[in-house]
Every structure is written in structure tokens, then in C-alpha cells.
Design a protein around this ligand. Structure first.
Ligand SMILES: [Zn+2]
Ligand SMILES: [Zn+2]
Length: 234
């Protein structure tokens, strides 16, 4: 049964079925209305880091960003990193269900469609060569692909390289995370585009994307956005 859904979802010629329950999906998405409505979408949040905020403060900048301004300018995140949405990310990353990347990327594109100024290019957060080889794919790249296709923005997977194979951030405390990623990325080539969106699966403390934004800004990039599927609430 599961295998049959996956085959259906992967084929663009057949109708899409809900990836969670198997019922008929929506026109542009492999998820039905009911399951979609169960997801923990972030609606009101800090514009800079996408931290959920009360409705009255939506569209403002949170206290943490005011106190310690990050290097990136804007963030868009679909969900809080909790069930059921976290199962989708985990299914992609650890269960290697690559069809989930298409669903998550499509959802991200729908959220971003109509944004006032879209970036010149999209760059996924790179994994180290070793981790890409052991996982077989880079989940951020797989999510970024449908986003770029739907929004008509070129994907630049080689813009950044991870130069240090850092330990997984999930095993570290907040302070260690910042130290762990310092100097872990390299920008390839001169004259990067002026406006870049970085795509990540889950933003936890923001240390990784902030380090990438630091490198980009240092190289003359004017605007850096962070687009992620989920935002951990810590
Ligand atoms: Zn469903
Ligand atoms: Zn913030």
C-alpha cells in the first residue's frame, strides 16, 4: 500500500495522494486538506529569525534578534519542529524518503510565492562530503530543488562548501554550536549574487545559517534570507 502511494506520488501524470494518510491530495500537493490542517505552521513570527511570536507582535523583530542581531536579514520557516511536521523532516533525513523533499519544497514555495523581492539564487546548506556520502543525499538540496523550480529561481548548489566535517549540531549545547561552525564554510567564486536565500531543513539555534550569512555578507552579498522547513523552539 505504502509502496503504491509512493509510486503514485513520484509520477507527475497520476493524481497525487496524501503522503500521510493516502487519501486524495490537493491539486499541487501530495497532502490532503485534513492532514495539512493538522500541521503546526508558524503564522506569527519574528521577521528576522522566524521565532514564533504572539499575534500582536507578528512582523516585528524579536528581543533576541534586537539584542544579538544575526547576519541574515529575513527568515521564513514553515513549521515549529514538533510532531506531526517533524515526522516529515525525519522521514526525509533518516528514513531516506526523498519524495517528502518534494512535498516540503512545494509547501515552502507556496509560502514564499508572492514575496515582495525574491532572491537572485538559492543555495542549500552544504553537508560535508563525508556526510553526503554516508546519507546518500543532502536533504537541504532536495528541499531547495522544488522551491527553485516553482519560484523560477536558479539553484546554486556549488556556491558554498563545508570545509570542516563538524560533529552533528544536535549533539552540542548552544555555545558549542556557535564555536562548532565557525569557519566551517567557504564561498566559491568571486562576485556572488547580491541577494541570496539559504535553504535548510531545520533551523535550531541558527548558528549554522548565521555563520553562512556572515561569510556571504563579508563577501559583499547585500541581502541574505534563510528559508527552512522547520524552526526549533529553544
Ligand atoms: Zn492526509
Ligand atoms: Zn528574531
Amino acid at each position: 500500500m505504502v509502496y503504491k502511494w509512493l509510486n503514485n506520488i513520484q509520477s507527475r501524470l497520476l493524481p497525487q495522494y496524501c503522503i500521510l494518510c493516502g487519501q486524495a491530495g490537493q491539486e499541487h500537493m501530495a497532502m490532503c486538506h485534513e492532514c495539512y490542517n493538522e500541521l503546526n505552521f508558524i503564522t506569527n513570527c519574528c521577521t528576522q529569525c522566524a521565532l514564533p511570536l504572539p499575534e500582536s507582535a507578528s512582523g516585528l523583530i524579536c528581543g533576541k534578534c534586537l539584542q544579538y542581531p544575526p547576519h541574515f536579514d529575513r527568515s521564513v520557516s514553515l513549521f515549529t519542529y514538533e510532531p506531526p511536521a517533524s515526522h516529515l523532516v525525519q522521514g526525509l533525513k533518516f528514513g531516506k524518503r526523498l519524495n517528502l523533499a518534494r512535498l516540503l519544497g512545494d509547501m515552502l514555495a507556496i509560502r514564499l510565492d508572492g514575496a515582495s523581492a525574491l532572491p537572485d539564487c538559492i543555495a542549500p546548506v552544504p553537508l560535508s562530503g563525508r556526510r553526503t556520502r554516508s546519507r546518500g543525499f543532502n536533504q537541504s538540496m532536495e528541499i531547495a530543488r522544488p522551491v527553485g523550480r516553482k519560484l523560477g529561481i536558479p539553484l546554486k548548489p556549488a556556491l558554498l562548501t563545508r570545509t570542516i566535517n563538524t560533529p552533528p549540531q544536535s549533539k552540542l549545547a548552544i555555545k558549542e554550536r556557535r564555536r562548532n561552525v565557525r569557519g566551517a564554510f567557504r564561498l566559491n567564486g568571486d562576485n556572488p549574487p547580491r541577494h541570496i536565500a539559504i535553504v535548510d531543513d531545520v533551523v535550531t539555534t541558527g548558528s549554522t545559517v548565521n555563520e553562512i550569512a556572515r561569510i556571504l555578507k563579508k563577501s559583499g552579498v547585500e541581502t541574505v534570507e534563510i528559508w527552512s522547513v522547520a524552526r526549533a523552539i529553544i
